[in-house]
Write a protein that binds this ligand. Sequence first.
Ligand code: NAI
Length: 332
Amino acid sequence: MTHTVTLIPGDGIGPEIAAAVQKVLAAAGAPVQWDLQPLNESILTETKGVPPAAVLDSIRRNRVALKGPLTTPIGAGYTSLNLVLRKTFDLYANVRPAKTHPGVRSRYDNVDIIVVRENTEGEYSGLEHEVVPGVVESLKVITRKASDRIARYAFELARAQKRKKVTSVHKANIMKKSDGLFLECCRAMAKQFPEIVYDEMIVDNTCMQLVVRPERFDVMVLPNLYGDIVSDLCAGLVGGLGVAPSGNIGEQGAIFEAVHGSAPDIAGKGLANPTALLLSAVMLLRHLGEMDIATRVEGAVQKVLREGKYVTGDLGGKAGTMEMTDAIIGAL
Ligand code: NAI
């Protein structure tokens, strides 16, 4: 069966790394047909941040997408498209694995963490207003519905992947009601998964423990803002943005993307590391049930990373995007 997948190459290095993914998946024989949807900063500036109907229809139809990075205005201008897509399709779980890759220089050699971040509410509800000049209120919203479903997602993922532990991360000592509700939902969910160890940790201590003893963590479940920050920390534990994949998953669909942005400093130069988007495509293949092909592509990426001969500059190598891509295809 061929799967039709929406492909949004995006801005900056997006088109270069999207081309790399298309080439590798074709070489691996992945039964994927791409539904190419152009979308970038200039289109979004024109539409004031509203995604074109064709893009939304494509995702609605295909229910799965691979997305390159989009350049977003900072501090002013339209809402980030990522936020719009998460809200439109209710992509409530942001899943970010952080696993040590032998061959990729990092401070640790034993990290294997999956961060499960609530993706729809918390401080990212977009409810901000100026009360009087110089005073701004920003509302953090935590609901039982969203906390329950993200907790369920984390425990089900732990069970499916035979993981041992789920750690819930919070600041309920200060935000007793909001983070307190999040914790209450996680505790209740833990009771339904007795084979999985459940523990809790305050977010500031979590950051310290992640740096000192990252091997103590397995699956982590976090409200939106803490998840956003802690998952970047985890990416740093295993070699940085160039190798960090992610998925935004909901009942109506799933969008997979690299954690990094459009890297304007290296865009168009053929220098971008395709690994993060490729590993996002591996997550996508698993989501589609294409387990064998996913494992083959992942294995080929790991082989090239381990050998270190054809890797891009961010990983200390001299290869360009296409040279690394061709080495991965060779390793298939
Ligand atoms: P960035 O991730 O684009 O770049 C940070 C640094 O990492 C740069 O030095 C860049 O060259 C390097 N880098 C990133 N990806 C790389 C790759 N695949 N290979 C080699 N080097 C890589 O973050 P920055 O500069 O803060 O953001 C640039 C733009 O991207 C902004 O407009 C931002 O809003 C947007 N962005 C979009 C995201 C998305 O669409 N999911 C996520 C993060 C940022």
